[in-house]
Design a protein around this ligand. Structure first.
Ligand code: HPA
Length: 234
């Protein structure tokens, strides 16, 4: 058992899907995995292990923001030896050519997080990057499933409500979408020598103010989960 995860040694698979919302972890386990067993419910942050197409795999909620995902990602890699971590989340689109329900793969995760800055200090601006093998496999899966992913730079912001951030400049420099966790996940995966990837569906659009209906959210979430699961078992 680690501080925030109640699993015993061996109860977590070496590959894991990481939704922010713990109830999404429950949904994924119950909908897509066989023989899923819940291994933790500390703080209602649920985690399950089961199998997908015969391969042992876990799914665990992370909560919102880099501070929260950092707790779970650290304990999963350091204390349970998890080697392949795929974040599955939603994001807000920041460019006209990115549409609601698009699937996004974060090749890089720009951030305003002081956590990343404080690791390196001085004048270093670290570039948190996806694992290339996972990225290639996920992209190929997205093409195979008829929903080719958009691949590029996203921004992992510290504040969901942020009146000061310059979204126009981020867009001008190619940022496709905004979410709140991936820069932390990529940085920690590098530290622990694990593979990480961030996969998203666009739930809302910052330029147009559009948002998915609950039904659209569910369908596109399921599409993304299938891409993530097929990638995770390779
Ligand atoms: N901002 C930050 N995180 C998000 C958003 C957003 O607009 N949409 C989905 N995750």
């Amino acid at each position: 058992m680690s501080l925030h995860i109640a699993a015993r040694d061996g109860e977590i698979a070496d590959r894991i899907l990481l939704p922010g919302d713990p109830l999404r972890a429950k949904y994924i386990a119950e909908t897509f995995l066989d023989d899923a067993v819940c291994y933790t419910d500390i703080r209602n942050i649920l985690g399950y292990t089961g199998t997908y197409k015969g391969v042992r795999l876990s799914v665990q909620g992370t909560g919102m923001g880099i501070p929260s995902i950092s707790i779970y990602a650290t304990e999963l890699m350091r204390d349970y030896g998890v080697k392949k971590l795929i974040r599955v989340g939603t994001c807000g689109a920041m460019r006209k050519d990115i549409k609601l329900r698009d699937v996004i793969i974060a090749q890089g995760a720009t951030t305003d997080s002081s956590i990343i800055r404080n690791i390196f200090g001085g004048s270093i601006n670290y570039a948190p990057l996806a694992d290339f093998t996972l990225l290639r496999q996920a992209y190929e899966q997205s093409v195979k499933q008829g929903i080719p992913a958009r691949v590029g730079n996203i921004v992992s912001v510290d504040r969901f409500y942020d009146d000061e951030i310059d979204n126009d400049k981020l867009t001008q420099y190619g940022i496709m979408a905004v979410e709140m966790e991936t820069a932390g996940l990529y940085t920690l995966a590098a530290k622990y020598g694990a593979q990480a990837l961030g996969l998203f569906t666009v739930s809302d659009h910052l330029l147009t103010g559009e948002a998915c209906t609950p039904e659209e959210r569910q369908t596109s979430f399921d599409d993304m989960i299938r891409i993530a699961l097929e990638t995770a078992i390779q």
